[in-house]
Design a protein around this ligand. Structure first.
Ligand SMILES: NC(=O)c1ccc[n+]([C@@H]2O[C@H](COP(=O)([O-])OP(=O)(O)OC[C@H]3O[C@@H](n4cnc5c(N)ncnc54)[C@H](OP(=O)(O)O)[C@@H]3O)[C@@H](O)[C@H]2O)c1
Length: 304
């Protein structure tokens, strides 16, 4: 089969090679991949893990071979899932509990955009507890995780403030954000929940706007800049909690979360923004676009 491997030492970040198809473990479903999505974390890992590494977590396609242990969907069913890497390929294995069946009305390219970004957004919003009437700040709101988190928090009844550039902010109002600011420093708060993934000055500003007893969940650092932390900064924000979030700790619920998100998409209650969609020949262009922040939402590549 054909598969993508990292080639950061070469002319382009990745290349397509002929590789042996994967051998599924008993709890894994073999998927014929029709579409896959790219995550910002994978950009970093392609460079860090080096030549020969096989990226790819977000996949959608049809079941070629059900899991031998009898779990998961049957041959021919349309599925999306979160692979343990090696997913940017014609065939990928996915643990059955990380798969969900894609409703008939949902395009596989949309479904492929959801496994990592969507389940992360869903878990983050759920970690925030009851949000009816709560003020929630979401940074990096135009990104893959951010634009879905905005919608899920709004669906949960929160008053959402989204941080995004002016040109990308308007779409977020349409997704349910009550307020959109270009800089976290432009808003006053206080917010009972902050979902933060930009780092640096954005994290500093977010920490200065959390309500007393509120929670800041840090789940990324897209700017790669550090923030400062000082006890005196908590005056006025007493006993706020700062915690981190890692998707790997939530992988057991991935399939269930994904099924919930696909159902919302099918009902027209969740919009998945695909800022870059192309055949997988153009993967390196999509990776460069993500690196240079040329589009909002997700990048999805299709395999014909
Ligand atoms: N902890 C976990 O398990 C987990 C899971 C998924 C993702 N993440 C992390 O969460 C973050 C968001 O993921 P994503 O997939 O939503 O990424 P993404 O699609 O690339 O979105 C990044 C967002 O951050 C904004 N941003 C502001 N300053 C930036 C800068 N200096 N560099 C890059 N982006 C900047 C972007 O705004 P513009 O529209 O202006 O570019 C965009 O809204 C990433 O850091 C990712 O690694 C963590």
């Amino acid at each position: 089969m054909l598969a993508i491997v990292a080639t950061p030492e070469g002319r382009a970040l990745t290349e397509r090679r002929e590789l042996p198809p994967p051998a599924p473990a008993a709890n894994e479903t073999l998927v014929g991949v029709r579409a896959f999505a790219v995550n910002r974390g994978e950009l970093t890992l392609i460079r860090r893990r080096g030549d020969g590494w096989q990226p790819g977590q977000d996949v959608a396609g049809e079941v070629l071979q059900p899991a031998a242990d009898g779990t998961g969907p049957q041959v021919g069913e349309r599925v999306a899932g979160l692979a343990e890497w090696h997913g940017w390929a014609e065939q990928a294995v996915v643990p059955s509990h990380r798969l969900a069946v894609v409703p008939e009305g949902v395009d596989l390219a949309l479904a492929a955009a959801l496994p990592m970004a969507g389940t992360t957004a869903a878990n983050l919003v759920r970690e925030g507890g009851p949000l009816l009437g709560a003020r929630v700040l979401i940074t990096g709101a135009s990104g893959g995780v951010g634009h879905i988190a905005v919608q899920l928090a709004a669906l949960a009844g929160a008053e959402v403030t989204a941080v995004a550039s002016r040109e990308r902010g308007e779409a977020l109002r349409g997704y349910g954000a009550r307020h959109v600011v270009a800089d976290a420093g432009e808003t006053e708060g206080p917010f009972s929940l902050v979902l933060e993934s930009v780092g640096g000055k954005t994290l500093d500003a977010a920490l200065a706007r959390v309500a007393p007893g509120g929670t800041v969940i840090i789940f990324g650092n897209s700017s790669r800049e550090p923030a400062t932390l000082d006890f005196v900064a908590f005056f006025g924000h007493e006993e706020a909690t700062i915690r981190s979030y890692f998707s790997a700790r939530h992988e057991a619920e991935a399939g269930r979360r994904l099924a919930m998100l696909l159902d919302l998409v099918d009902q027209g209650r969740l919009h998945v923004e695909i800022g870059f969609r192309a055949g997988w020949d153009d993967l390196n262009e999509g990776l460069a676009g993500l690196d240079e922040r040329r589009f909002p939402g997700k990048a999805v590549l299709t395999i014909d």
